[in-house]
Design a protein around this ligand. Structure first.
Ligand SMILES: NC(=O)c1ccc[n+]([C@@H]2O[C@H](COP(=O)([O-])OP(=O)(O)OC[C@H]3O[C@@H](n4cnc5c(N)ncnc54)[C@H](OP(=O)(O)O)[C@@H]3O)[C@@H](O)[C@H]2O)c1
Length: 321
C-alpha cells in the first residue's frame, strides 16, 4: 500500500474500499474479504445507511487483535440533509454511535449544497435549502476536530472556487477533496489546484459506477460514451500490461497521486482492485488514457434527483451538455 500524507499529521491509504449501495450481511462479508485482502481505508457517508455494518466488522477486527484502530482509516460525510452548522455535531455523534468508534479519520461535507429532510427518507422529495453557508459549516467542523471526534476534515463535490473560499477563511485547512474523477471526467485543473495547495484528492466512481449507474437510472451526461471497463484504449493498455481494465483505470490516477476508493462486493474483483502496485503505465499509455477525457460529458453524479438542485446558489457543476 502507498499512502498520502495529510497536513493534520495522519496518512491516508491511496486505495480505499468504497461502500455505496451495499449494506447488511452482504457488506459485512465483503468488508471481511476486503480487510483480508489488505484494505485499511473504508469510505462511507452517513447517507449510505451502512455505518453500523461497517463498525461491526471493524470492531471485530480490532477486538480480535487482527488490526489496531491506528491502522484503519475511516471516512464518512455530513449528510446532504444535515448541511447546516448547527447539525454538524449531531451528525458526527450519530456516525460515531453507528460505528461504535471514538473518532473518525476523515469527515467531509458531502456536497456544497443542502436540502431539508422534512419527514421523508426519499431524496426526490427533499426540498432545496438555499441558505447553505460553507464557512459556518466549516467552523463547526473545526470545532469537532478540536474536540478530537474527527481527525481530519474535507470537502466532497466542491468546485475550485468553493475550495478556494474555504482556504481563504479557514483555521484548519481541508485535508482532502473527494470528487467524481475517472477516465471520462479527469478534472486535471482541480487535481493540480488541490495538489498545489497540499490537499489530497480522492476520485470516486473510478470504474464508472457500473451496476449502481443502472440501478439509480444515472448515465454519463454524454450518453454515447461506452462502458468505461470496455473502452478500447483501456482494454489495449490492460492487455499490454497483462492487467485488467479495472486495474488500469485505478492505476492511471494512483500513479498521479490521486487516491481511489473502488467499490466491489465480489472477493475476486475487490482483490484485483487493490493489486495495482506492481506495474507502471508508461508515458504513451498515459497520453492515450488522457485522450479519453470527455470533460463534463463524462459526469455521472449530478444529484438531479433533488428537485431543482441546479438552481441552488452553491450547485457546483457546469453540467449543461
Ligand atoms: N462523495 C460522493 O458524493 C460519492 C459519490 C459516489 C461514490 N462515492 C464513493 O466512491 C465509491 C466508489 O464509487 P462507486 O461505488 O460509485 O462506483 P465504482 O467503484 O466506480 O464502481 C463500482 C461498480 O463496479 C463493479 N466493479 C468493481 N470492481 C470491478 C472490477 N475489478 N471489474 C469489473 N467491475 C468491477 C462493482 O460491481 P461488484 O461489486 O459486483 O464487483 C460495481 O458495480 C463508492 O462506493 C462511495 O464510497 C462517493
Amino acid at each position: 500500500m502507498e499512502y498520502l500524507r495529510l497536513r493534520s499529521g495522519g496518512k491516508m491509504p491511496i486505495v480505499g474500499y468504497g461502500t455505496y449501495l451495499t449494506t447488511g450481511l452482504e457488506l459485512e462479508i465483503a468488508l471481511n474479504k476486503a480487510l483480508e485482502a489488505g484494505y485499511r481505508s473504508i469510505d462511507t457517508a452517513s447517507g449510505y445507511g451502512n455505518e453500523r455494518s461497517i463498525g461491526k466488522v471493524l470492531n471485530e477486527w480490532i477486538s480480535s487483535g487482527k488490526v489496531t484502530r491506528d491502522e484503519l482509516f475511516v471516512t464518512t460525510r455530513l449528510p446532504i440533509y444535515g448541511n447546516r452548522a448547527k447539525d454538524v455535531e449531531k451528525y458526527i455523534k450519530e456516525s460515531l454511535k453507528q460505528f461504535q468508534l471514538d473518532y473518525i479519520d476523515m469527515y467531509s461535507i458531502h456536497t456544497p449544497f443542502g436540502v431539508f429532510q422534512g419527514d421523508t427518507t426519499d431524496y426526490t422529495k427533499m426540498q432545496r435549502d438555499d441558505s447553505t453557508d460553507h464557512l459556518k459549516i466549516w467552523k463547526a467542523m473545526e470545532d469537532q476536530v478540536d474536540k478530537g471526534l474527527i481527525r481530519a476534515i474535507g470537502l466532497s463535490n466542491f468546485n475550485v472556487r468553493q475550495i478556494q473560499k474555504i482556504l481563504d477563511h479557514c483555521r484548519i485547512r481541508p485535508d482532502n477533496v473527494q470528487n467524481e474523477i475517472h477516465l471520462y471526467l479527469q478534472t486535471p485543473e482541480l487535481i493540480q489546484f488541490c495538489q498545489k495547495n497540499e490537499i489530497t484528492v480522492t476520485g470516486y466512481s473510478s470504474l464508472g459506477m457500473k451496476d449502481g449507474r443502472k440501478l439509480l437510472g444515472f448515465s454519463w451526461a454524454n450518453e454515447k460514451l461506452p462502458e468505461m471497463l470496455e473502452n478500447d484504449v483501456v482494454v489495449e493498455v490492460a492487455k499490454k500490461h497483462r492487467k485488467t481494465p479495472a486495474q488500469v483505470l485505478l492505476r492511471f490516477f494512483v500513479q498521479n497521486g490521486v487516491s481511489v476508493i473502488p467499490k466491489s462486493t465480489n472477493p475476486q474483483r475487490l482483490m484485483e482492485n487493490i493489486r495495482i502496485f506492481d506495474f507502471e503505465l508508461d508515458p504513451g499509455d498515459v497520453r492515450a488514457l488522457r485522450s479519453q477525457d470527455a470533460g463534463e460529458g463524462g459526469r455521472i453524479v449530478r444529484f438531479l434527483f433533488f428537485p431543482g438542485i441546479t438552481e441552488h446558489p452553491e450547485y457546483p457543476f457546469p453540467i449543461q451538455f
